[in-house]
Design a protein around this ligand. Structure first.
Ligand SMILES: [Zn+2]
Length: 214
């Protein structure tokens, strides 16, 4: 069923720039190549569906304490940075996939402590040692066991985080929530410097976009 013309006009065409307040991928990550102030995305209020103009730009802004001299059409910057980061993260994932799954290095030590504990308890049960001897020896071993278990927990948590990061790279990056996309970018990059383009330069020049790798 077609919407009446009036409803269509008021529902969809009214101020397309302002109705969808969106976050821009490199907001807070991009910085001006001249003054190094953080750059935010700015919607192009004149943009309409089908128009050739940029939907949004990254613009160094005087209001935010910047020089205001550097700006760039947004989409090609996003695409360039996404492709760089995905390539780097896939490469890293491939390297870690080739390496054998990393095991907690102190597993044997923990097993030995646990065996000692079991042996002592058995010895006391069998009356080979007195209970007071057992109680003298237990606390030290128990403390070592607990410390080792804590350390193993931390190790496994870090490994899981690394694995979930790798899993996200496999998904369609662009379908992830913007916060997740930003986290993935920040895992590889600490900033993206946008250098000034010469006057009259219309074509996007990736050499003026400088990723700062971590
Ligand atoms: Zn600036």
């Amino acid at each position: 069923m077609d919407l009446p013309v009036k409803a269509r006009r008021w529902g969809h065409d009214r101020d397309p720039g302002r109705t969808l307040a969106r976050k821009y991928l490199l907001s807070g990550i991009a910085r001006c190549g001249l003054c190094h102030t953080k750059i935010r995305g700015q919607v192009n209020q004149k943009w309409k569906p089908g128009s050739k103009a940029a939907k949004f730009t990254y613009q160094c802004s005087v209001t935010n304490g910047g020089c205001g001299k550097v700006g760039r059409v947004g989409d090609p910057v996003d695409e360039f940075i996404i492709s760089l980061v995905l390539a780097e993260q896939r490469e890293r994932a491939a390297v870690s996939a080739v390496a054998p799954a990393e095991q907690w290095p102190r597993a044997a030590e923990l097993a030995a402590v646990e065996a000692d504990l079991a042996e002592l308890t058995q010895a006391a049960k069998a009356q080979k040692i007195t209970v007071s001897t057992l109680l003298m020896l237990l606390p030290d071993l128990e403390r070592r066991r607990d410390e080792l278990k804590l350390e193993r927990g931390r190790f496994n948590k870090e490994r899981q985080q690394a694995e979930s990061l790798t899993a996200d790279i496999g998904e369609d990056f662009r379908s992830l929530p913007i916060e997740r996309q930003q986290a993935l970018i920040l895992h590889s990059l600490s900033a993206v410097l946008i250098h000034p383009a010469g006057r009259g330069r219309r074509k996007f020049d990736p050499s003026l976009i400088e990723p700062v790798w971590r």
